[in-house]
Design a protein around this ligand. Structure first.
Ligand code: ATP
Length: 221
């Protein structure tokens, strides 16, 4: 197995890059998708969240009301800590399970982790950063994802800066151009990925310590 992280700001193009890499043969482990999976109705995580935050975090159909949770944790750092303490271990465990499933293969495994810069993870062979100027990010979030401009800008400002992300990059994808330009870069990225050494078959994924990264993206500035 070759194991590399993929990150980028909100709407930078991580999912698009993941899809293109999947087309090349990569296995994608998508942290956001796993967060949703471990919170499905009937899951221990959802039961714990309801016990901690009350039934107001449950929608009428019994699923997690993500907006209700977001509203609670937005202004309450202790609630955010409690949320992370419930959700992160379950997500970490599932990500590790999927890595272990691949470790005896020769596949390229990509961990798609939106907040990899904010919450660094050891044991990766490299980090791919999808980079776009803020104006492109805002434009795509507004045009393709239905965000209000103000909301898009607010979310971007709460994440790590472009510079902070680029500092951690081993391979940068410039996604400011069209899909053709992106596809050409994926060819180069794939050449780099398959040139990396195979990890040993008994590779043990390192579970990140929750909140080990900078508390705020601007902590060091
Ligand atoms: P999130 O942070 O919300 O998970 P993301 O980083 O995965 O987002 P995508 O969903 O891949 O970003 O891309 C955001 C939007 O921009 C999507 O609608 C996608 O189709 C579009 N997009 C991505 N790359 C390009 C490009 N090079 N040209 C035009 N549109 C693009």
């Amino acid at each position: 197995m070759i194991l590399v992280g993929l990150t980028g700001g909100i709407g930078s193009g991580k999912s698009t890059v993941s899809l293109l890499l999947e087309g090349k043969g990569a296995i994608i482990i998508d942290a956001d998708a796993i967060v949703r999976e471990v919170q499905l109705p009937g899951s221990p995580v959802l039961t714990e969240l309801a016990a901690k935050f009350g039934s107001e975090v449950l929608a009428a159909d019994g699923s997690l009301d993500r907006q209700a949770v977001a509203n609670i944790v937005f202004t309450d750092p202790d609630a955010l800590k409690a949320l992370n303490a419930i959700v992160h271990p379950a997500v970490g465990k599932e990500m590790n399970r999927r890595m272990i499933e691949q470790r005896t293969t020769d596949r390229v495994v990509i961990l798609d982790i939106p907040l990899l810069t904010e919450n660094p993870r050891e044991g990766l062979q490299g980090k791919i950063v999808v980079d776009v100027p803020i104006e492109v990010q805002v434009e795509r979030l507004v045009n393709f994802r239905g965000f209000a401009e103000e909301d898009a800008r607010a979310r971007i400002s709460r994440q790590a800066t472009r510079e902070q992300r680029l500092e951690t990059a081993d391979f940068v994808i410039d996604n400011s151009g069209d899909l053709e330009s992106l596809t050409a870069q994926i060819d180069q990225l794939w050449t780099w990925l398959v040139s990396l050494p195979q990890l040993p078959a008994d590779y043990e994924p390192i579970t990140p310590t929750p909140n080990a990264g900078p508390k705020s993206p601007n902590k060091n500035t």
